[in-house]
Design a protein around this ligand. Structure first.
Ligand code: ADP
Ligand code: NI
Length: 213
């Protein structure tokens, strides 16, 4: 793959997320790219496919387009115009479209490179950065950082489950604490262990201070 393709993708993503406040900024993309390369090198995968897919992974997200199809079309067309014949466009598209937690019908991407980018994306939702992103997201959504009247959904009754209110802390129980068991690769699992521990340490401290200790 040509180095210029990677440079073009970097520029594309930087422009795309220039004014984003949903936690999908350029720096998120850049972190996912770095971790994806790191995992790829450990797992013996194609690091340049991981890098390109990581760079483009959020650009196709339906949140930023009129529909899921439009998002995919947007990225596919961009890849075609790059004119890099060494890039397997379908492979990159296949990775990107299967990525999100909800999307992809709950399936992990089928190729190793896709599994790696998915691990890297999920790793950015845990650890110190994951904690920061969670509070940013909750704040932007107007949710409380913590609301004791909202218990973690896992422990909720059917009626309370329907309530729409959430909180940053609640999101830990809904999603963040589950991610370490959803890693696709051994290397991803190793990194997740350390980052998961940071979530646990943070929650311990948070609840101690909440109760005045
Ligand atoms: P992605 O597009 O990376 O799969 P999301 O768009 O679901 O993930 O989330 C982006 C970031 O915002 C993540 O760090 C995620 O944990 C956080 N986030 C998503 N939903 C919530 C929520 N309801 N409350 C707090 N943080 C959230
Ligand atoms: Ni992402």
């Amino acid at each position: 793959m040509h180095q210029q393709t990677i440079r073009n993708a970097e520029e594309k993503v930087q422009r795309f997320f220039a004014n984003d406040a949903t936690g999908h900024d350029w720096y998120h993309t850049d972190r996912v790219r770095k971790v994806a390369i790191e995992i790829a090198n450990h797992e013996g995968a194609d690091a340049s496919i991981c890098e390109l897919a990581a760079l483009l992974h959020d650009v196709a997200d339906e949140k930023f387009h009129e529909s899921k199809e439009n998002g995919e079309k947007y990225v596919r067309e961009w890849l075609m115009t790059c004119g890099d014949r060494e890039v397997n466009v379908e492979k990159v598209m296949n990775i990107i479209t299967k990525l999100s937690f909800r999307g992809g019908g709950g399936q992990a991407p089928s190729c190793l490179e896709g599994k790696i980018v998915q691990d890297a994306d999920r790793l950015d939702a845990i650890g110190a950065i994951g904690i920061a992103r969670c509070f940013m997201f909750a704040g932007a959504k107007g949710d409380a950082m913590y609301d004791p009247s909202i218990s973690p959904r896992e422990h909720m009754t059917a009626t309370s489950y329907r309530q729409e209110k959430s909180s940053a802390i609640n999101h830990f129980y809904e999603k963040l604490l589950k991610l370490k068991n959803r890693m696709n690769t051994k290397t991803g699992e190793e990194i997740a262990k350390t980052r998961h521990q940071r979530l646990e340490t943070f929650l311990d401290a948070f609840f101690q201070e909440w109760s005045g200790k």
